[in-house]
Design a protein. Structure first.
Lengths: 518, 193
């Protein structure tokens, strides 16, 4: 289905997606050189790079294809239609929302467009701890440059930094914390602040408007609503992927793709689950382990004047020593979305307190914190139910407190008269003098904070040692001769920064390894 | 009814034990909205109808949590808060939804279990309902989780309404009202390397 008539009119690449409704009831049998599971950051880049080499590529996407013209710029509707589990994905404890896109284009459709390269310190650690000397900043540099060029990545210009973003930079400078406008993959941003609901006017350079239409133009076949379930294995090779396409009426149709090469790019939750369901690739026992996710907290600073943090670009500026994640560095990102997120992001109190909190929300300075968390979680199947076991580690809680301290200091320096912390029960800091005492009194525990994660990673660890990792330095599974994993699940440790550009880059790098292998 | 401090301590211990048991019985206690933990293959089971008890609980909770009368907020009575919550629950897989519903029941009947009151939450005075929620906010893990679920459900149900957002200065959808046009798909890149 070619559903982008505007692209045809303009002579631009057209994204053709086959929905389940167009698959015969008897099912579909396909032959390809490569079958790719997942159409998000990793799957889309791999699909394009391999199609460009002349390979016949089939992409299987479990989520629906929702063209941008149908985006509503309404957060609840976006959760219900574009996100994994309709926005209901949480950790096993139930105190952290884990957001992932579940649609053609994956999380790239619903992210905030923030672009950071993985800090060099993290790459050095990967080399030292996991023998990944091949992933040096110098080696990856050309791949970063290429995806950044392809996706129009640029640092926000002055008009793309709203008042909220400027306040973060000004406050950070006053307290000696580095700060700058963020870089984003966006062209002529319309400043609607609706990135997380999908960019209706195709300014965000997500996979939906870039690598997927490019792959499609080169002949890749893309099936939506088609969920890979079984990997047929023979002699260390996956010979076919068996999937189920489910149409709007719930009718299920079998899809089988035979291919010489299999790329699993379903993300850090679904990729390990697929391996576990098929009981493959796990001689190391590491499949599903080492889950990390950048647990994130929203912090608001109330000012006397109106800020309207939700007007303008979704993400505008950042602060923190994020080049040094291994030394406790953290990242603060200025941004705010609609009232649903504002009201659930932290506890504004009860009754009249809560009403006043929401009435004053246009006066809020807003940012979220990111930390370099340890890989303490795991993803596994409990019967037919997925579990994402992850609780904030005490070491990471210290990083979290440091991030909260930094945020509160910045807010007061910027002129805030009160800071709201993201605890289960309303907690405020009324003066700059109270910052340390209030934050030092916070304790780690379950259901204590309003945690959110946008960056699942780490469950298919990359490394040179097959006894300690699932995927080798070139992205090939240690246990299988024709299965590659290019998504965020291969990161041996968390990045601290938003991972999308690093995922695109790793997928480009791994595509090059695949092509070099022949 | 006035109780002795010692009597309250005994009842509180009993209440804690009861809730700990219930927590174990209800599995991993995925009691926060969003609160789904199914594998992809477990699809939502379709529409759900809240019971009258559940609707009353949500209404009474919203009544003290988000009192819009006399404020600049859109009157809560003009927003289908509970219907919106019902829709949100219909998008959860059945096991998760069941856990949420158990949580609602625990919250409602907890006022009896705790021994401080002899009526359900919905029967408490406004003042006592507020005090009750505060105790749950500071309670054991499961109480904190359930009270947070209720707050998130009400927030979701209320702020889903676009006009409710406009009342606090939120702009809502932008592109169509402002006539922002699509740029379409990006041209093929000219990279060679």
């Amino acid at each position: 289905m070619a559903d982008e008539p505007k692209a045809k009119i303009q002579g631009l690449p057209v994204l053709k997606v086959t929905p389940p409704e167009q698959i015969p009831d008897t099912g579909l049998q396909l032959e390809a050189d490569v079958v790719i599971i997942g159409s998000g950051a990793a799957g889309a880049v791999t699909a394009y790079e391999l199609s460009r080499s002349g390979a016949k590529v089939v992409v299987l996407e479990a989520g629906p294809h929702i063209p941008s013209a149908e985006f509503r710029e309404h957060t609840p509707t976006a959760f219900e239609t574009l996100y994994q589990d309709h926005g209901n994905q949480v950790n096993t404890t139930g105190d952290m929302a884990i957001f992932q896109g579940r649609c053609v284009g994956g999380s790239t459709v619903v992210n905030a467009a923030a672009c950071f390269r993985v800090p060099n310190q993290v790459l050095r650690n990967w080399a030292e701890e996991h023998s990944l000397e091949n992933l040096s900043p110098e080696a990856l540099g050309p791949y970063f440059e290429r995806v950044e060029r392809n996706l129009s990545v640029h640092q926000n210009e002055p008009h793309e930094v709203n008042y909220n973003g400027r306040l973060l930079i000004e406050g950070a400078k006053k307290v000696g914390i580095p700060a700058a406008p963020v870089s984003r993959n966006i062209k002529d941003c319309a400043l609607t602040a609706h990135c997380l609901s999908g960019c209706k006017t195709d300014r965000k350079q997500s996979m939906l408007v870039t690598y997927l239409p490019w792959a499609s133009e080169l002949g890749a076949t893309i099936l939506s609503g088609t969920r890979a379930e079984k990997l047929e294995v023979s002699n260390r090779r996956v010979t076919a992927v068996v999937a189920v396409a489910t149409d709007a009426s719930g009718r299920q149709k079998p899809v089988r793709v035979r291919a010489g090469l299999v790329v699993v790019a379903a993300g850090a939750v679904q990729t390990p689950l697929l391996f576990q369901r098929n009981k493959i690739g796990n001689s190391s026992g590491q499949v599903g382990l080492n889950f990390a996710c950048h647990p994130s907290l929203a912090v608001y600073g109330e000012h006397d004047k109106d800020i309207y943090a939700w007007v303008g670009a979704t993400m505008t500026s950042c602060a923190g020593d994020f080049e040094n994640p291994l030394k406790g560095g953290y990242l603060l990102e200025a941004g705010m979305i609609g009232p649903v997120s504002t009201s659930v992001g932290l506890d504004g109190g009860l009754g009249s307190d809560f009403v006043e909190f929401m009435e004053n929300s246009k006066k809020f300075q807003s940012a979220v914190t990111l930390i370099h968390d340890h890989n303490v979680g795991r993803v596994y199947l409990d019967g037919d139910r997925k579990r994402i076991e992850y609780d904030l580690d005490d070491r990471d809680f210290e990083s979290m407190r440091e991030a909260l301290r930094g945020t509160a200091r910045i807010y007061f320096a910027a002129g805030a008269r009160r800071v709201y912390l993201p605890t289960t029960r309303r907690t405020t800091i009324e003066t700059a003098d109270q910052v340390d005492s209030v934050i030092n009194s916070l304790k780690n525990g379950k259901h204590m904070y309003r945690l959110t994660s946008y960056h699942p990673q780490g469950t298919m660890r990359m490394g040179a040692d097959p006894a300690k990792s699932v995927v080798g330095p070139d992205g090939l599974c240690h246990d299988l001769d024709n299965v590659y994993v290019p998504d965020a699940s291969l990161f041996p440790s968390s990045l601290l920064v938003n991972p999308q550009i690093t995922v695109y880059t790793m997928a480009s790098y791994i595509s090059a390894q695949i092509l070099a292998r022949g | 009814m006035i109780q002795s401090a010692a009597g309250r301590r005994v009842k509180y211990k009993l209440y804690r034990r009861t809730f700990t048991k219930l927590s174990v019985l209800s599995g991993a206690s995925v009691l926060v909205l969003p609160a789904c933990a199914s594998d992809d293959s477990v699809a939502p089971t379709g529409s759900v109808t809240l019971t009258s008890d559940e609707r009353e609980l949500l209404e009474r909770f919203a009544d003290v949590y988000l009192p819009t009368d006399g404020t600049s907020l859109k009157p809560r009575g003009e927003v289908p808060v509970v219907d919106n919550i019902e829709h949100a629950l219909s998008l959860m897989d059945a096991p998760t939804r069941d856990q949420v519903r158990i949580g609602l029941k625990l919250f409602n009947y907890g006022s009896i279990l705790i021994g401080l009151h002899f009526v359900r939450f919905v029967g408490l005075s406004r003042e006592n309902r507020l005090a009750y929620i505060r105790r749950w906010e500071d309670g054991i893990e499961m109480q904190r989780g359930i009270s947070t679920v209720l707050k998130k459900l009400v927030c979701y149900g209320y702020w889903k309404d676009v006009e409710a957002g406009r009342a606090i200065g939120y702009q809502g959808p932008v592109s169509e009202p402002a006539g922002v046009v699509s740029l379409g798909n990006a041209p093929m890149p000219h990279t060679s390397g």
